[in-house]
Write a protein that binds this ligand. Structure first.
Ligand code: ADP
Ligand code: MG
Length: 430
């Protein structure tokens, strides 16, 4: 690989996106019928909300670097208020330790959150739990962890019901009144959160530490499903799209894969999400420029570099200095900006192709409006990711792309959990 052809090595053309769309749709079909394939297509027990769900709830959002607890008040008519958000950092020793340490830490955070309130209304103890890992739902408030992703390796959780483990930890902390009313994936929380106020919302996407998506499907299309039926005949399906693997990998992707915790799995996630983009960039720079690179190059740096519009790329220069690359020339800086741009452009075009595949699946002629609710710091903070997705959707769908709205749904994964908890407390179905 050299500097001249690296661009084409990373580019995703329109025909490249079309191939992804075709393969992705075929994997979705297989997943829905229960055939072995890269997409798990997990039925979630959750339907789109009506916007009339009401009450006060606590929502937990756990799925990556940060663990958030929210207090949410649903007012009906599509209106809600998030009264309080508290962030806790999940240290490495918790995400790589034992189940007991992990869930006791979370239960402890909930206890802190509740204690800080002078008076807690009874219904506020119904908790919506967003847990963003591949979980086989076994009910509205129960589900078995299939495997860890995103660097988590907590022992004794795979194969177990995560709600039961959390409830046991809550009991150990002396919080018997706190009840987990719903378990949801973050993509589902994001879809539900936007759908509460927007009836066109039928896709939820996460672009943060990891990446995944869900969408609203007709039960009759989920041919493997013989369980709980919603009254509308529709159910949200968690695609677990991070594991899609029909993608042209470069040698750098191969390196990322081999040194990551799940070699051979989560191929799309490793080419798209925040946990890996910085590392891909680092490997390219190390290889092409023969630079002595630091051990880690954060995806955050790419946002800084790509939004540096100064003539001498001075912000890039000081960032490089900070991470140990002194005396970079303007040509070095231009090159590093180009490489960051290339890596993030590829990620956004793969995401757009996957979104397009889902839209084609539910509405082949694109005859309706669709809102795609997107949460995650990569999407929120990267200077170009959202525009690149929009541009790619225009390339794919032409004028009809105006029927697709992509919207940042900040903290959607948490708010959605509160809405799902509200639905669950009013309608016991299993
Ligand atoms: P999670 O996915 O853990 O719920 P977030 O959605 O907040 O959390 O995503 C965090 C990830 O987003 C970080 O791991 C990092 O890779 C990426 N990230 C954080 N800040 C930025 C930024 N300024 N620009 C691009 N990516 C970022
Ligand atoms: Mg998240």
């Amino acid at each position: 690989m050299n500097l001249k052809n690296i661009d084409s090595y990373f580019s995703v053309s329109l025909s490249g996106m079309r191939k992804i769309i075709k393969d992705f749709q075929s994997e979705m079909e297989k997943g829905l019928s229960g055939e072995k394939c890269s997409l798990k297509m997990i039925p979630t027990y959750v339907d789109r909300p009506t916007g009339e769900e009401k009450g006060s709830f606590i929502a937990l959002d756990l799925g990556g670097t940060n663990f958030r607890i929210l207090g949410a008040e649903l007012k009906g008519n599509g209106k809600y208020k998030v009264s309080r958000v508290k962030k806790f950092v999940l240290g490495k020793r918790y995400i790589t330790g034992t189940a007991r340490q992990f869930f006791d830490f979370i239960a402890g955070c909930i206890k802190t959150f509740i204690k800080r309130r002078a008076r807690v209304a009874q219904e506020e103890r119904a908790v919506g739990f967003t847990f963003s890992f591949p979980v086989e739902q076994t009910g509205t408030a129960s589900g078995t962890l299939l495997r860890w992703t995103k660097g988590f390796t907590v022992k004794g959780v795979i194969g177990h019901d995560v709600v039961r483990l959390l409830n046991e930890a809550l009991a150990r902390k002396g919080l018997p009144g706190v009840r987990i009313a719903a378990l949801a994936n973050d993509t589902v929380g994001t879809l539900v959160s936007r759908a509460y106020e927007d009836r066109h919302c039928d896709i939820g996407v996460i672009l943060g530490t990891g990446t995944n998506a869900c969408y609203l499907e007709e039960l009759s299309n989920i041919s493997k499903w013989h369980g709980y039926r919603t009254s509308s005949g529709r159910m949200i399906v968690n695609i677990e799209w991070g594991n899609f693997d029909s993608l042209p990998m470069t040698s750098y992707d191969g390196q990322v894969d081999r040194t990551s915790d799940r070699t051979g799995q989560q191929t799309l996630e490793k080419m798209v999400s925040g946990m890996y983009l910085g590392e891909i960039t680092r490997l390219i720079l190390k290889d092409l420029l023969k630079w002595k690179m630091p051990q880690s190059f954060k995806t955050e740096y790419m946002s800084v570099i790509e939004s540096d519009e100064s003539a001498s790329l001075s912000r890039t220069g000081s960032l490089l200095k900070k991470i140990g690359i002194k005396n970079s020339t303007i040509d070095d800086r231009r090159l590093i900006k180009k490489i960051c741009g290339m890596v993030s452009l590829r990620a956004s075009r793969i995401s757009a192709a996957a979104i397009a595949a889902v839209i084609r699946k539910i509405d082949p002629a694109l005859s309706r409006n669709h809102t795609v609710a997107i949460d995650g710091t990569l999407y929120e903070k990267h200077p170009r990711f959202s525009d690149h997705i929009k541009d790619a959707l225009k390339e794919i769908f032409g004028k009809k792309a105006s029927r697709i709205k992509t919207v940042l749904t900040k903290d959607g994964s948490g708010k959605g959990a509160a809405i799902i908890a509200a639905t669950a407390t009013h309608d016991y179905h299993d």
